[in-house]
Design a binder for this molecule. Structure first.
Ligand SMILES: *Cc1c(COP(=O)(O)O)cnc(C)c1O
Length: 323
């Protein structure tokens, strides 16, 4: 495997903890949690692993400005803004929709990290981002563009190494469950599992997209990641396990299932989930346990991908009062 340039700033390895009280409550299999909500950069999360490689690439290209996009409460944007501050890049975030009246949750943090915020209003996010890119380029601000979720081959390498980390921690669960959005985490995990002999099944719980779209995207990205690492491997959609039964009313819309999951994790393990990603993935896991999807003898690792600052965004906060 080819070594990819990296700036090391994540707090790694992230701990693996047992969740005995949650297992007992659900009368489920053995449950573990991998704490990537504790990667150490500006409240942490899965994007920090990707950013170690993306920032190294940006620096190599002599970039001065990082540009990326996301939802108003994007965790990826918040972590990118933090990394930019830490390594001396300017940062422009293209956020979908209109500027809210109040900046809280991730948006508050984007501001604190000094990011420039561009709201798309009714414009297309991709188009806006490319416009911003061109502007920065013509101003000599050497922009480096990070696509949605940092899910390029370079970014996804973060999760290839995360699998090596899991192997080195001596952890080989029967199942690995996590929230899947743009597919970069899943692609990296799949490549890493093959490279480092992790045999457990890797099951992404989709937070928004239908399984078929995601499976194809994640498989194509995984093949590219392997190629980028100088490894000959190919992946097709049938090898990507994605469950999209839990997308509810759509991206970022918290429902009863997420509220219950957040409440259960908090009350049995003192562990915080977020309303958009890990709350949804955990709701999926809880439902699968209740349906007897896992064997009682199996071990299920819930890979916590972060996102907790969104708990403090107005909408979610109000929705969680009194759970
Ligand atoms: C971005 C994100 C994900 C999804 O990761 P992808 O690599 O985009 O699939 C999951 N959880 C949280 C908290 C995230 O911010």
């Amino acid at each position: 495997m080819r070594e990819i340039p990296r700036i090391q700033f994540a707090h790694l390895p992230t701990p693996i903890e047992v969740m005995p009280r949650l297992s007992e409550k659900l009368r489920g299999p053995k449950l573990l949690v991998k704490r990537d909500d504790q990667t150490g950069l500006g409240f942490g999360g899965n994007k920090t692993r990707k950013l170690e490689f993306l920032l190294a690439e940006a620096r190599f290209q002599a970039a001065k400005t990082l540009i990326t996009e996301g939802a108003v409460q994007s965790n990826h944007c918040r972590q990118t803004a933090a990394a930019a501050a830490r390594f001396g890049f300017a940062c422009t975030l293209v956020l979908t929709g209109e500027r809210p009246n109040r900046s809280n949750g991730n948006l508050l943090l984007d501001n604190l990290f000094g990011a420039e915020l561009v709201f798309t209003n009714s414009e297309d996010a991709e188009a806006t981002m490319h416009k911003v890119f061109q502007e920065k380029q013509s101003q000599g601000k050497n922009p480096y563009l990070i696509p949605l979720g940092g899910s390029t081959p370079t970014g996804a390498v973060g999760y290839v190494y995360a699998m090596r980390e899991l192997m080195e921690q001596g952890c080989n669960p029967d199942w690995i469950l996590f929230a899947t959005g743009s597919g970069g985490t899943q692609a990296g995990l799949m490549v890493g599992a093959r490279l480092f002999g992790i045999r457990g099944k890797i099951l992404g719980i989709s937070v928004s997209k239908p399984g078929v779209d995601l499976e194809k995207g994640a498989a194509d990205l995984a093949t590219k990641v392997a190629d980028f690492l100088g490894e000959k491997m190919s992946f097709d959609s049938t090898q990507m396990l994605i469950n999209s039964d839990y997308t509810g009313k759509g991206y970022g819309i918290m429902g009863e299932a997420e509220r219950e999951a957040i409440s259960l994790f908090a009350k049995t393990e003192g562990l915080l989930l977020d309303p958009v990603y890990t709350g949804r993935a955990a709701a999926g896991m809880i439902d699968l346990i209740r349906k007897g999807f896992f064997k009682p003898s199996e071990t299920v690792l819930f890979w916590h991908t972060g996102g907790t600052p969104a708990l403090f965004a107005d909408d979610y906060q109000q929705n969680l009062e009194g759970v």
